[in-house]
Design a protein around this ligand. Structure first.
Ligand code: PLP
Length: 406
């Protein structure tokens, strides 16, 4: 039977276990009632109270009480994720956006200042650019964090948080996590990193000095395109606050079923990431060689302006640069749509980190277009490379280009 040590990520002699072993065993265990070697899904809303419940704190998250306060399937997944991220603790919420909102609303108070990357997931942009300043009196500065000097220039006496997304969705801009952490810490601020595009298999921001790591579990960590979730990995002092504010009082809890699905999906994270990384690099190189392709943005290409930083940040020798790339065709609006209509294997849909490859046409009327490099302005594709055979994907792209007469 798997020992308790394994459940804490250590082998018999105290050496740390590898990422794959931990992805399988952490958070799993034997069900006390049935002896099943898979933990069950616990779908109850409430748990039996003790004979005398008068001592219970109705807002506590560490006892089984009411599912919004925390539940077993959430905790199993949290134990695994905290370890994979190298964090003291992790809290799992209903979505990646819930994890972003929980971080911002917990760390920032009225009158505080936050600096954030000019290219981020759209909800992070709306929260930091508009909702938190207008409704809650929080000051924010939007800067190109891919050049750390811009972070240094934006620091104010009341700066409490630097939030970066790397690689950034959708332009694949990369930020130097170590440099950002140093600047934040020198100013007495925290650094949060949205690591969704990398997953902890490719990059572990906490090892590079970040204080808070945010993952949309919806993407690579679940990996099967069938459940939403979000995680924040950080110090226990902060996860306690996040549970109290965002989970118990704002209600951002994940459902037990989704926590169970994501825990199951995450078992194969290292295998899947190696395949996403390899296929995306092969496809990026292929696209770069085609005359119909105006530009390709992928941190694994030597032509990417931040390739060296991206390579330096990798967490292990077999890590890579993720499964998402952006590219533009040398055609007009209709030509881009024609190309998509001729794809047979790759599906036109948003999201990423699924088993199937997904493509979406972006940029033409994006409210943040002015923040993107000029080659993105004519419209571009975000291609989330899935787990199909690499050759099938390349042939699908070549066939669609020919059929669309591009
Ligand atoms: C998808 C995504 C999010 C939001 O996650 P949801 O689970 O959809 O709420 C946040 N950040 C990045 C980089 C993403 O790609």
């Amino acid at each position: 039977m798997t020992s308790d040590l394994v459940h804490h990520g250590e082998s018999f002699d105290g050496t740390p276990l590898g990422f794959a072993t931990k992805s399988i065993h952490l958070g799993n265990g034997v069900d006390a009632e049935t002896g099943a070697i898979r933990r069950p899904i616990t779908l109850a809303n409430a748990y039996a109270l003790p004979y005398d419940p008068s001592d219970i704190n109705w807002s506590s998250s560490d006892v089984n009480l009411y599912t919004r306060n925390g539940h077993p399937n959430q905790r199993y997944l949290e134990a695994k994720l905290a370890n994979l991220e190298g964090a003291e603790d992790a809290v799992v919420l209903a979505s990646g956006v819930a994890a972003l909102a929980a971080t911002f609303t917990t760390v920032l108070n009225r009158g505080d200042h936050a600096i954030f990357s000019d290219t981020t997931y759209i909800a992070a942009y709306r929260l930091l650019n508009q909702i938190l300043p207008e409704k809650y009196g929080i000051e924010t500065s939007i800067v190109d964090t891919s050049d750390p000097r811009n972070i240094a220039d934006a620091i104010r006496p009341n700066t409490k948080l630097v939030h970066i997304e790397t690689p950034a969705n959708p332009t694949l801009k990369v930020t130097d996590i170590e440099a950002a952490a140093k600047l934040a810490h020198d100013a007495g601020a925290l650094l949060s990193v949205d690591n969704t595009f990398n997953s902890p298999f490719n990059v572990r921001p906490i090892d590079l000095g970040a204080d808070i790591v945010i993952e949309s579990l919806t993407k690579y960590i679940n990996g099967h395109g069938d459940a939403l979730g979000g995680a924040i990995a950080t110090r226990k002092e902060l996860t306690d606050q996040i549970r109290f504010t965002y989970q118990v009082n704002y209600g951002g809890i994940i459902s037990p079923f989704n926590a169970w699905l994501i825990n199951r999906g995450s078992v194969t994270l290292p295998l899947r990431m190696r395949q996403h990384n390899a296929s995306a690099l092969a496809i990026a190189k292929h696209l770069e060689s085609l005359p119909q392709v105006r530009f390709v943005a992928y941190p694994g290409l030597e032509s990417h302006p931040h390739h060296d930083v991206a390579a330096r940040q990798l967490a292990r020798p077999d890590a890579g640069f993720g499964g998402v790339l952006a590219f533009g065709l040398d055609t007009d609006h209709d030509g881009h749509n024609r190309f998509v209509s001729k794809l047979n294997v790759i599906t036109s849909a948003v999201s990423l980190g699924h088993d199937e490859s997904l493509i979406v046409f972006l940029g033409e009327d994006d409210e943040r277009k002015y923040l993107y490099p000029p080659e993105f302005h004519r419209g571009f594709f975000r291609l989330a490379v899935g787990l199909e055979d690499t050759d099938d994907l390349i042939r699908d792209i070549d066939h669609a280009l020919a059929e669309a007469e591009l």
